[in-house]
Design a protein around this ligand. Structure first.
Ligand code: ADP
Ligand code: ZN
Length: 631
């Protein structure tokens, strides 16, 4: 084998050279290599890869290789204006000439980008979809195309083209024009979420039916899934944060803006650095909060689902849900924002009867068509089945996306198998009590009253309505209130009970009959106290922001000192360049530097994540920081 040159030829069009020289990585991951090869060769592709899987390199490496081969610019379509700035910053840091066009530029700024674009110097241009289909912009693309300088289209977050998806964007529908107008220019669509329906929509609407599909496993093995029964959500959250995530960055999702505000305020009062984020906040404030979350350590973002699309902060250590998401796609997408760096992360949710009732009602009361509602109900049912499951959560989750897998060993059900109990009798008692209500009073009642009657608890209402005379009064005194809530919730989740109208009155469904007759066995999870969790690898030492990040946890004292010094140096550079610190170098790269303490540029260049441009720009400064630590 010929010796590998220390620095690959900066003009090489070989993808492996580009990967090493520009990004400082030694090997492609998963399908990256096959995708890159296919696209460099001019093929169309659909890439499905989970968050953190490495989608960006799938178009960035071909873009660089093709630009070096004289094929011109790659246009990246992205709906995420907030992200473009950071991505372009990261590329420029790596020595790749890139720019973005979006509404944040003034006209002078936009003009200068357009000049760069037409000059052929630009390797990558990020643009919002509505820009791309603008006649003026198309005219520029025409001119590039005529000169053979339009190399590739990358359509990021491609699920936005589908109405079935969860972030539909009208403007994405226009992108079909690229196929017609620039036949012969390869196109690459990428997404982290696509069920069968959405996938078919992407292929059809973007005219990619001839494209090769690269489908990666959706598994995120480093994410631990936990779903706890809602008891007192705030106490439960606080306990989870205190026991597991002191000093970590994370996201707490709530359904309503008001709840976001209240939760953020309460967490702040409890001593956490918690910031609210939702669409009702002033845009400036929202941007400031997002910026702080990206740039500072250990911030807890309390947010509605308006937050998170395209947040590619790699070290989000937990995602907590205080309310039930709409469906599994939403849950998967939101929890997927944790642990992009591959280090352990938690997806934690508290879930209760009211969540089930609320989500069902929101679908009921929406003005959408019946077909759409039915689809939403089906999707909610799949999520509820996962919440109620006694088996591995991950198996359910992946099964939903059409993937078979063995029990994972890294979810609550695998780690602490839930106790089951035969709830057939209890279910029959509850259902028959509801039946009696209708018979006796002609109307239904909500869960609270039902539980009082079952447990034989005398209240004003039980007296007034004459329900103490019902044969079902007190037949369920053997179960606690929490147990009954569990039974009712699970009966709703299983579809044997419906919760209706403004007062959430309970009504039997068709399938309830079989349960009443004892033809269906009901096995439920035992409500339980939250278990103390063991977590061998987690360091609990230190307080708040002083805690040592996992990547550096194995360093000796001298290594720790180097790591701290390198971090301080990195913060300064990040501030100077107005970029998040992880874009300069991520924690994994810094900790490898701290561990190996390289004393030459070539040794430094061998560290994963140190490309040629960064070596040239920062190499000497880093060696100096390391050297000073030795004094
Ligand atoms: P996605 O867009 O799929 O969520 P990214 O493209 O942001 O994921 O990549 C996630 C992280 O993995 C980034 O920090 C990226 O630099 C890193 N990464 C991607 N591919 C490789 C690779 N082949 N070798 C090392 N690190 C990689
Ligand atoms: Zn599992």
């Amino acid at each position: 084998m010929p010796p590998i040159p220390a620095v690959p030829d900066p003009a090489s069009t070989d993808p492996a050279d580009v990967l090493r020289e520009v990004f400082g990585y030694t090997a492609f991951r998963g399908h990256q290599e096959a995708i890159v090869e296919h696209v460099v060769g001019g093929g169309d592709a659909l890439v499905l890869m989970p968050t953190g899987g490495g989608k960006s390199l799938c178009y960035q490496v071909p873009a660089i290789a093709r630009h070096r081969a004289g094929l011109g610019v790659t246009v990246v379509v992205s709906p995420l204006i907030a992200l473009m700035h950071d991505q372009v910053g990261a590329l420029e840091e790596a020595g790749v000439h890139a720019a973005f066009l979006n509404s944040t530029l003034d006209s002078a700024g936009a003009q200068s980008v357009e000049r760069e674009l037409l000059s052929g110097r630009l390797v990558m241009l990020y643009a919002a979809p509505e820009r791309i289909t603008h006649p003026r912009f198309l005219a520029m693309l025409d001119s590039l195309h005529e000169r053979g300088q339009l190399s590739l289209f990358a359509i990021d977050e491609a699920h936005c083209v589908s109405q079935w998806g969860h972030d539909f964007r009208e403007e994405y529908l226009q992108l079909g024009v690229l196929a017609e107008r620039y036949a012969g220019v390869p196109r690459l669509a990428l997404t982290a979420t696509a069920d069968e329906h959405t996938r078919a929509d992407i292929l059809e609407r973007l005219q990619l039916t001839q494209a090769r599909a690269f489908v990666s496993s959706f598994d995120r093995p480093n994410i631990r899934y936990t779903i706890v029964e809602k008891d007192n959500a705030r106490t439960q959250l606080l306990r989870f944060l205190r026991e597991e995530h002191e000093g970590d960055a994370g996201i707490v999702y709530c359904q309503s803006r008001r709840k976001v505000d209240e939760t953020a305020e309460w967490l702040s009062a409890e001593g956490w650095t918690a910031l609210p984020y939702h669409a009702g906040l002033d845009p400036d404030l929202r941007r400031r909060h997002q910026d702080r979350f990206l740039r500072e350590d250990g911030i807890v973002m309390v947010a509605t689902v308006a937050f998170g699309m395209g947040i590619d902060k790699p070290d989000v250590r937990f995602v907590a849900h205080l309310d039930l998401p709409k469906n599994i796609e939403g849950y998967y997408q939101e929890t997927g924002r944790g642990g992009r760096d591959g280090e352990p992360a938690d997806a934690w949710m508290t879930y209760g009867l009211a969540d089930v009732v609320n989500q069902r009602r929101m679908i009921d009361e929406s003005t959408a068509g019946e077909d759409f509602k039915r689809l939403q109900v089906g999707k909610l049912d799949a999520l509820l089945a996962m919440c109620e499951s006694l088996e591995c959560r991950r198996q359910r989750l992946l099964g939903y996306f059409g993937e078979q897998s063995p029990p994972c060993g890294n979810c609550d059900n695998c780690l602490h198998p839930p106790a089951r109990w035969d709830a057939t009798e209890a279910a029959r008692k509850a259902l028959s009590c509801i039946y009696r209500f209708r018979q006796h009073s002609g109307i239904g009642y909500g869960a609270g009253h039902l539980i009082d009657v079952l447990r034989g608890k005398s209240t004003d209402k039980t007296k007034e309505r004459g329900h103490e005379q019902l044969s079902t009064f007190g037949i369920g005194a053997d179960l606690s209130e929490a147990q009954w809530r569990g039974v009712i919730r699970q009966l709703i989740a299983l579809g044997h009970l419906a919760s209706e109208g403004e007062y959430n009155t309970l009504a039997l469904t068709d399938s309830a009959r079989a349960v009443l007759r004892g033809e269906v066995a009901i096995e439920l999870r035992e409500p339980r106290e939250p278990l103390p969790r063991t977590r061998g690898s987690r360091s609990k030492s230190g307080s708040g922001s002083q805690r040592v990040p996992r990547a550096a946890a194995t360093l000796d004292a001298a290594g720790q000192a180097r790591f701290s010094a390198l971090k301080a140096w990195r913060s300064e550079v990040a501030r100077e360049h107005n970029l998040p610190a992880y874009i300069v170098f991520n924690d994994a790269t810094l900790s490898q530097m701290a561990a190996e303490a390289p004393d030459s540029l070539s040794a430094l260049g061998g560290i994963s994540g140190v490309g040629a441009k960064k070596l040239e720009a920062y190499g000497r400064a880093i060696l100096r920081v390391i050297e000073e630590c030795a004094e």
